[in-house]
Design a protein around this ligand. Structure first.
Ligand code: ZN
Length: 505
């Protein structure tokens, strides 16, 4: 078979696999939004069956044969051409897939669905004990997975590779240690004085109006509601079911406007990335994000850099005040800005302010590494968790629900996922800095309701690049330097130092 024919066949198979995977994603979307509890066991069977079928296709030796016919040909001579990128990344995925035993893949999918329910039950009972055997099982499966796919230095490298290709444990540790060193004193320094009236956001904000306001903002930022939807789920997320079908799910809180709204902006950031991917490459690596960390950089950029800025609220605060007149009639823009930029370290990651947020990630990353290596027995997790919170954030969770049971990631088998949140913050600060240097006064444009300059820059520098480079390399090419904690720390100092003081003018 000629290399160009082999390439066409490869892309056809890859696309078919993506379509099949999107069916699995649709089942997951349904599980998170509408499925009744009674559907759980059959859904676990559906997910395991789909995982097995996807694995069979992804590890089919035919894939290896086709890749071999294209590799080394003229078609991939330029390593940055779409064909070369697609072949390189399909090879990487194929090598991982073919090393994984099918029984392990199916068992992992089944355990993930069942353990997720066990986690919900344990959290409701506010007791880690009944969940511990599930987490032990999940850690054992993760070790089997690492041993099957192989790793450079530690099993955790194999876990990272799944979410953040090219990233290693030692690089992540260096980045997180850099953040930790500066953040522990910075959180103490920037903690907001009690005189800022945070309680105003706990007034009554009718949910139907939050939804309408949120949709209007999402669409002003550039989220296309003809090619996406916003629904409600217990745990917010964004998933792509196809190039024209990006699903966001959020959760509104009648008496906590900020919590619902900033989660919406976060998910819209993910959605804007997916709507910006090149549809011509749908189903192939050139039409996909290179890593979860880079994906997260887009959500955090819109949530924090844009959504907490004065420029943004110069545009939206008058509208917000109209919509929620009863709650906000006596609140000025300046007070509102101070309230939404409040720094208040606590025990909960999902409700954490932007300054203390990465310390929550440091804690999870250190603990999951210790559990994976066996240094920390799973049954000792609650104590180790509380001790870390006391040391890094100066708070003690009052029970397991507020402590080590607060996130569902581990229950779904996602080990090595947490550091992508911190990487996303690091990438976001660096990209935003560069965009501002290239485009000039971004907040001035936001105040006019114009977000197209920033979105266009991100489309060009990030979204349209697909998997041409690893996330770290893309950031370096877009900004001129490899990812480092410096720009994020500087951005936090600049923005939160300013937020604590009244605005001038
Ligand atoms: Zn996210």
């Amino acid at each position: 078979m000629r290399p160009d024919h082999a390439y066409q066949e490869l892309i056809r198979l890859a696309r078919e696999e993506t379509v099949l995977a999107s069916c699995s994603d649709l089942l997951e979307w349904d599980e998170e939004t509408f499925m009744p509890r009674g559907g759980l066991e059959n859904r676990a069977e559906q997910m395991a069956l789909m995982a097995g079928i996807l694995h069979d296709r992804g590890s089919d030796p035919r894939f290896g044969d086709l890749l071999g016919r294209v590799e080394g040909s003229d078609l991939v001579a330029d390593p940055e051409s779409p064909a070369a990128v697609n072949v390189r990344e399909l090879r990487r995925e194929y090598e991982r897939e073919r090393r994984l035993p099918k029984a392990l893949v199916e068992e992992s999918a089944r355990v993930a669905t069942m353990a997720a329910q066990a986690w919900v039950d344990a959290r409701e009972a506010r007791d880690f004990t009944p969940f511990a055997p599930w987490l032990e099982r999940i850690m054992a499966l993760a070790r089997d997975e690492a041993d099957a796919v192989g790793f450079a230095e530690t099993r955790y490298d194999a876990m990272l590779e799944d979410y953040e290709p090219g990233m290693t444990t030692s690089r992540v540790t260096a980045l997180l240690d850099g953040l930790k060193r500066d953040l522990v004193p910075l959180v103490a320094e920037l903690t907001t004085p009690a005189s800022v009236p945070a309680h105003v956001l706990r007034r009554e904000f009718p949910i139907d109006r939050q939804k309408l306001f949120g949709e209007a903002v999402a669409s002003t930022l550039g989220f296309d509601l003809e090619r996406g939807r916003i629904d409600v789920a217990h745990h917010p997320f964004c998933t792509t079911l196809g190039p024209g079908d990006i699903r966001i799910a959020v959760r509104w809180h009648r008496r906590n406007f900020a919590l619902g709204f900033f989660v919406l902006l976060h998910e819209v950031g993910h959605g804007l990335y997916d709507q910006g991917l090149d549809p011509a490459h749908y189903g192939a690596p050139m039409g996909e994000a290179p890593s979860l960390g880079l994906h997260e950089s887009q959500s955090r950029l819109w949530e924090n850099m844009v959504g907490r800025s004065l420029g943004f609220w110069k545009q939206f605060f008058p509208r917000l005040k109209n919509v929620f007149h009863e709650a906000l009639h006596d609140i000025s823009l300046d007070t509102f800005r101070q309230v939404i930029n409040r720094v208040a370290p606590g025990a909960n990651r999902g409700r954490a302010d932007e300054v203390s947020y990465n310390l929550h990630i440091v804690i999870r990353t250190e603990l999951e590494q210790a559990m994976l290596s066996g240094d920390l027995p799973v049954r000792d997790l609650p104590g180790a968790w509380n001790e870390a919170y006391r040391r890094y954030l100066g708070v003690t969770p009052k029970d397991d629900a507020e402590g080590c049971l607060q996130d569902g990631h581990w229950s779904e088998g996602m080990i090595g996922y947490f550091p992508t949140y911190a990487l996303g913050n690091v990438y976001a600060a660096q990209l935003y800095d560069r965009a501002e240097k290239d485009l000039g006064d971004l907040e001035g444009a936001f105040a006019e309701g114009d977000f197209s300059g920033l979105l266009g820059w991100l489309r060009d520098r990030v979204h349209r690049r697909g998997q041409r480079w690893s996330a770290a390399e893309l950031v370096e090419r877009a900004t001129g330097s490899p990812p480092t904690p410096g720009p994020l720390l500087a951005s936090l100092r600049r923005r939160y130092g300013r937020a604590a003081a009244p605005a001038v003018g």
